[in-house]
Design a protein around this ligand. Structure first.
Ligand code: FES
Length: 83
């Protein structure tokens, strides 16, 4: 269990859930389509912390961004949703 901070609000994120699932569970909407790491609609900004992927999503933009539908927190993280 880690802490996820998004747009100034703090939530508990389980090791077993994705960043997107945690945000949705707490009422924050992230645009999405595939939930498979392909479309890139769920890209958000990573302010601090580390995430991991089972396999690197093809739409990942690199350092400073995360693919919310596939990323799992490995430390406390802070993200910024894209509007
Ligand atoms: S919803 Fe398509 S990459 Fe996340």
């Amino acid at each position: 269990m880690h802490t996820l901070i998004a747009d100034g609000k703090a939530f508990n994120i389980k090791d077993s859930e994705t960043v997107m699932h945690c945000l949705e569970r707490n009422g924050l909407y992230v645009p999405h389509s595939c939930r498979q790491g392909h479309c890139g609609m769920c890209l958000i900004d990573l302010v601090s912390g580390k995430v991991k992927y089972k396999s690197e999503p093809i739409c990942w933009e690199g350092e400073g961004s995360i693919v919310a539908c596939r990323a799992r927190a490995v430390t406390d993280i802070e993200v910024k949703l894209r509007k």
